[in-house]
Design a protein around this ligand. Structure first.
Ligand SMILES: CC(C)(COP(=O)(O)OP(=O)(O)OC[C@H]1O[C@@H](n2cnc3c(N)ncnc32)[C@H](O)[C@@H]1OP(=O)(O)O)[C@@H](O)C(=O)NCCC(=O)NCCS
Length: 161
C-alpha cells in the first residue's frame, strides 16, 4: 500500500499502531500478500471477526511511502493474556535488518503497556528459532492451524517505562 502522491523512498520503517486509513489499508494489504497470496494459508481473505472487535490492535511497519510489515494483537482473557498473530513482512523486506523483530518487540511492549501479563502466539515451525531469539519459549504441544503445524510459544509481559 503506497501513500497517496508518493512513489519514492524506502528507508528505515517506522513501527506504530495503525490509526490512519492509509496504515489500516496497508496492514491488510501486507497480510493479504503474505497469508493469502504467498503462503495460501487462507483462501480469499485472512480477515476474520477478530479484526472488527474494538479491543483488537493492528500495527504496521511503514516507510514514507509503503507499509511493509504488519502484526495484530488482542487480549484473550481476564488474567491478562494477549495473543499476537498475523505477523508478516513483505517478502522483499525480509532479512534486511530488524523489521520482523521490531514488529514482535512492538507487539510485546504494547500488550505490556495495556496491562497484559503474558503474550502467546502460534508460531510456524520455520520461525520458532526467530521467536526463541526474541525471548519467547514453547508453551504447549504442536497444533495444526489452517492445515499448517504451529508451535505455541509465549513470553512474559511487563508494563514497561
Ligand atoms: C517471520 C518474519 C516476519 C521475520 O521478518 P524479518 O524482517 O525477516 O525478520 P528480521 O530481519 O527482523 O530478523 C531478525 C533476526 O532473526 C533472523 N531470522 C529471521 N527470520 C528467521 C527465521 N525464520 N528463522 C531463524 N532466524 C530468523 C534474522 O536473520 C535476524 O537475525 P540477526 O539479528 O542475527 O541478523 C518474516 O520472515 C515473514 O513475514 N515471514 C512470512 C510470514 C510468517 O511466517 N509469519 C509468521 C507466522 S508465525
Amino acid at each position: 500500500m503506497r501513500s497517496p502522491g508518493s512513489w519514492t523512498t524506502t528507508g528505515r520503517a517506522a513501527v506504530r499502531l495503525a490509526t490512519s486509513h492509509w496504515d489500516v489499508d496497508g496492514h491488510f494489504t501486507v497480510r493479504h500478500a503474505v497469508f493469502v497470496e504467498e503462503q495460501a494459508i487462507f483462501s480469499g481473505s485472512d480477515v476474520d471477526d477478530r479484526d472488527f472487535e474494538p479491543g483488537t490492535l493492528h500495527a504496521v511497519a511503514a516507510t514514507d511511502d509503503l507499509v511493509v510489515g504488519a502484526v495484530r494483537l488482542y487480549r484473550t482473557d481476564a488474567a491478562g493474556t494477549w495473543r499476537g498473530d498475523r505477523l508478516a513482512a513483505l517478502v522483499d523486506h525480509r532479512r534486511r535488518g530488524t523489521l520482523g523483530a521490531r514488529l514482535v518487540r512492538f507487539a510485546v511492549a504494547t500488550a505490556g503497556r495495556c496491562g497484559g501479563t503474558r503474550m502467546d502466539a502460534l508460531i510456524q515451525m520455520p520461525n520458532v528459532r526467530f521467536f526463541h531469539a526474541l525471548g519467547w519459549s514453547p508453551c504447549g504441544d504442536l497444533v495444526v492451524f489452517h492445515g499448517v503445524p504451529h508451535q505455541p510459544m509465549d513470553i512474559p509481559l511487563s508494563p514497561g517505562p
